[in-house]
Design a protein around this ligand. Structure first.
Ligand SMILES: Cc1cc2nc3c(=O)[nH]c(=O)nc-3n(C[C@H](O)[C@H](O)[C@H](O)COP(=O)(O)OP(=O)(O)OC[C@H]3O[C@@H](n4cnc5c(N)ncnc54)[C@H](O)[C@@H]3O)c2cc1C
Length: 488
């Protein structure tokens, strides 16, 4: 039985593990942390349960498809509830609930801008086509050669896919109202780049948002991790936690063994599910790296995040599961993330209050808050003082916008930023979401899922194809498993 070693038990590593085991390989997953999930880890303290990373469950069809390939269904592992409203936006002028589903959203749009309901319908018709082609075809390409894209459906629809138009130009063609424009640009935040640098192909994300819906897996996002971990074990995958890979041993441009801080594992193939940059620069000798330091430095990284996990000893009134605080100018914050990296002067932020939907996430009568400020990757001076400063900024804004005291109810408080991303996940420049999905970093222009120098070394996860996000990470694991199998 051939043996594959998978480095990292994030979503991509978990997905690759199950597909490799299903194909008849002996699979060993080596994970440096004490639990599976990677950036989607869980933290429990004093009766609170925090999801430490993703909080938006979009594209339920991708999760269903994943489990179906093992003869299972999502519902074999966890229950899903659709949120309605999907989320709330706090504007400088007031609050707006974003209702679930296209018909209700069209009514909202029409009430803001006459004619916007029809424009939204047309926008969504196009986005629906992009979702079908993008999620059923494009994301499943391993990005090894241009010939993968010689496909009649793709060639015929190339103009409808809007690959060469920016998301900003596309949105501006349909809507005039600044709030509607920002609402339609919001989903590209998940892709890690500004709307003007993101191909309008990604209006497929609006389709995912509006038509696919925002869901909540009961028990939290960690229910997905538990489900994938269980599935992998059912397939016979062996896991080793608290075991950090320190070195990949090579002979004649082949991996022969993987050395951890505890043992040596003999490998027929290795799939690197940890950050690509870490594997290349820390585990491989320089002669066997596919990319230079200059290459990595020139990559556009998705943002990092300054996060706070906050437990309150009482409930807040009139809050929603997901709230976007868009009450400060978006442009200046975006510039401080992407153009002139700096700590934000007046940040936008996001709040997830899972205890609104899931009472089990907090002790009775308490509130579980997850606060997120997107910040530039690579900021060097992540310090306790900076974190405290922004915590106070967020508390002031929350109290003002929610019209109630918050600070005095804080009984749990933990922050997480660049230094933690680097230390806990070996993240390049402290990125949270991997590599940005710009046009120049799409498909074959992404770091390759197969090493260019080492024959039996492959990569998966958010720094390679198809890109950042939980659904793409699941697909990435599948893609790379197929590549390994095809090459052996
Ligand atoms: C704060 C935050 C919010 C997000 N929000 C969303 C969201 O709402 N919706 C969404 O779809 N996506 C979201 N994302 C993105 C999504 O979580 C990621 O794209 C996805 O989890 C990445 O999975 P991965 O397997 O590629 O990487 P990771 O999760 O980073 O997994 C890599 C694993 O490798 C391990 N590792 C590293 N080095 C070694 C080593 N030397 N030896 C052994 N193990 C090692 C790490 O510990 C880690 O477990 C969010 C991400 C963050 C950080």
């Amino acid at each position: 039985m051939p043996h594959v070693i998978i480095i990292g038990a994030g979503f991509a590593g978990l997905s690759a593990a199950s597909f490799m085991a299903k194909a008849g390989w002996k699979v060993t997953v080596l994970e440096k942390n004490d639990q599976p999930g990677g950036r989607a880890r869980q933290w429990k303290t004093d009766g609170f349960t925090f999801d430490m990373g993703p909080s938006w469950y979009w594209m339920p069809d991708v999760f269903e498809r994943f489990f179906n390939q093992f003869g299972k269904s999502v519902s074999d592992y966890y229950e899903l509830d659709r949120l309605d409203p999907s989320y709330q936006v706090v504007w400088p002028t007031g609050k707006m609930d974003i209702p679930a589903g296209l018909p209700a959203l069209k009514d909202l749009f029409e009430s803001i801008e006459p004619g916007a309901a029809n424009a939204l319908q047309q926008f969504m018709d196009e986005a629906s086509y992009k979702y079908k082609v993008g999620m059923h075809k494009l994301v499943h390409k391993p990005g090894q050669s241009l010939t993968e894209f010689i496909d009649w459906d793709l060639m015929r629809g190339v103009f409808k896919l809007d690959v060469f138009t920016s998301m900003r130009a596309h949105v501006h063609k349909f809507f005039k109202d600044p709030q509607l424009r920002l609402l339609m640009e919001f989903p590209v935040i998940f892709l890690g780049a500004m709307a003007e640098n993101t191909p309008a192909l990604y209006s497929l994300m609006n389709y995912a948002d509006v038509v696919g819906g925002t869901w909540y897996p009961r028990g939290g996002m960690y229910s997905i991790v538990n489900a994938m971990y269980q599935l992998a074990q059912e397939q016979g995958v062996e896991f080793h936690f608290n075991e950090e890979v320190k070195e990949i041993t090579l002979q004649h441009s082949r991996v022969t063994a993987v050395n951890t801080d505890k043992a040596t594992y003999i490998a027929d193939a290795v799939i690197g599910g940890a950050d690509y940059h870490h594997i290349e620069t820390q585990l491989l000798p320089a002669s066997h790296r596919s990319y230079s330091d200059a290459y990595w430095d020139s990559r556009v990284m998705a943002p990092s995040c300054l996060l706070y996990f906050v437990g309150l000893n009482r409930k807040l009134s009139n809050i929603h599961h997901h709230t976007l605080f868009f009450d400060t100018p978006f442009e200046s914050h975006a510039k401080e993330i992407y153009q002139d990296p700096a700590w934000p002067t007046d940040p936008l932020f996001y709040m997830s209050a899972v205890s609104v939907t899931d009472p089990g996430s907090a002790p009775p009568g308490c509130e579980n808050l997850f606060l997120l400020i997107p910040v530039a990757a690579g900021l060097k001076d992540d310090s306790p003082e900076i974190r405290e400063h922004y915590f106070n900024v967020l508390m002031d804004r929350l109290e003002k916008k929610l019209g109630q005291p918050v600070r005095d109810a804080v009984i749990v408080k933990r922050s997480f930023a660049h230094r933690d991303f680097e230390q806990d996940y070996h993240s390049f420049k402290g990125n949270a979401y991997g590599l940005a999905n710009t046009l120049k970093q799409t498909a074959i222009l992404k770091p390759s899922c197969r090493s260019k120098k080492v024959n039996n070394l492959f990569y998966t996860g958010q720094l390679t194809v198809p890109g950042p996000g939980v659904p793409p990470s699941l697909i990435s694991g599948e893609l790379v498993a197929k590549e390994v199998i095809r090459n052996f």
